[in-house]
Design a protein around this ligand. Structure first.
Ligand code: P6P
Length: 335
């Protein structure tokens, strides 16, 4: 007997009491938005949704048509429900206040509406990443600084990967669950509970073309992996790089591995490429909830105190023992 997302959330609330009705509504609305995004993505060229939109986002990156479509779908799906005070997106410079014509709620929703955009036009898996915070008590109205909370403060986080299956992966702080979209029913069905990442792995994910720009600890770690069973690790490693964080993280949640997008010399003033608030924090929490680890090389990502909405961070996440090894190499460097 299949369990729908709504039934799962109701029964979790009944059993554990950490998914109040407003949060359940938020998660159901986000899931419905992801279903619409999945349909737009699946149309591809037939839907006239491929290619660039001829504009740039706050990161100075060319926006794809589907980036903008996905952003609009998430805004329109969430603004009327009364569960949110405001939203923030990779595709918008500032926060989006819920219009006065709608009731304001206590939650803040952050998202990367379509991560992995460079893969859209070549039919490789992409995804939507989201993070949920609560508006700080007592603050009148809502402003950007209300969003600047460490990842430990998240009340829900997840992603939807648009691949051979459309799969919604979610945590509310009590482990990680996966739902697969049943297109005939049009609903997300529970397909995996208590996701666990193996503590060890033989698979690393990093963009090797940046090797000459890496810092010493990263070079040391990857070099040891490449030496294989004759080297200090005593085993051979495999490499994967999909250049779509959602797809790489989904593989790691499904079978283990380590994902790294570290600081490098190309833009030394930037701590990394990936964004803290709506990429590293939600993914970092999911990975920790599945028994893995997520650091910026020196501290847990979830403990980083944000200072800007779109700030970037170095990301090392996945199988606990591997992440701890890379982090140890970084900490040894600063001694
Ligand atoms: P590179 C996609 O653009 C993204 O933000 C992540 O999803 C992905 O892991 C990374 O950038 C890929 O970056 O430099 O390998 O193209």
């Amino acid at each position: 007997m299949s369990i729908s997302l709504s039934r799962y959330l109701v029964e979790q609330q009944r059993a554990k009491g950490h998914i109040p009705p407003e949060l359940r509504l938020l998660l159901e609305v986000v899931a419905r938005a992801c279903k619409s995004i999945s349909q737009a993505v699946n149309k591809g060229a037939l839907g006239g949704v491929l290619g660039s939109a001829g504009s740039e986002n706050v990161q100075g990156e060319v926006q794809k048509k589907l980036d903008i479509i996905a952003n609009e779908v998430l805004i329109e799906a969430n603004e009327w429900g009364g569960h949110l005070a405001a939203m923030a997106s990779e595709e918008m410079d500032g926060i989006y206040l819920v219009p006065n014509r709608y009731p304001q709620g206590e939650y803040l929703l952050l998202f990367d509406p379509l991560d992995g955009s460079s893969n859209i036009d070549v039919n490789v898996s992409i995804g939507t990443i989201f993070s949920v915070l609560k508006k700080p008590e007592g603050s009148e109205g809502v402003s950007e600084k209300d969003f600047l909370q460490p990842g430990r403060h998240q009340v829900a986080a997840g992603y939807c990967v648009y691949g051979p299956q459309t799969t919604l992966v979610l945590t509310v702080g009590d482990g990680v669950v996966m739902f697969t979209l049943d297109r005939e029913q049009g609903s997300f069905v529970l397909t995996q509970e208590s996701v666990q990442i193996p503590a060890d792995t033989k698979e690393f994910a990093i963009n090797m073309s940046n090797m000459r720009h890496w810092d010493a600890p990263v070079k040391r770690y990857i070099d040891e992996c490449l030496q294989g069973k004759e080297g200090p690790r005593g085993k051979d490693f495999n490499m994967r790089w999909i250049a779509s964080m959602v797809a790489d993280v989904h593989r790691i949640l499904s079978r283990g591995g380590i994902f790294m997008y570290p600081w490098d010399k190309r833009e030394p003033n930037k701590p990394g490429k990936l964004r803290l608030m709506y990429e590293a924090n939600p993914m970092g929490w999911l990975v920790e909830q599945a028994g893995g680890a997520a650091t910026n090389g020196r501290q847990a990502i979830l403990d980083v105190q944000p200072s800007q909405l779109h700030e970037r961070v170095s990301v090392i996440l996945g199988s606990k023992n591997e992440v701890e090894r890379v982090t140890k190499y970084h900490l040894e460097q600063t001694k």
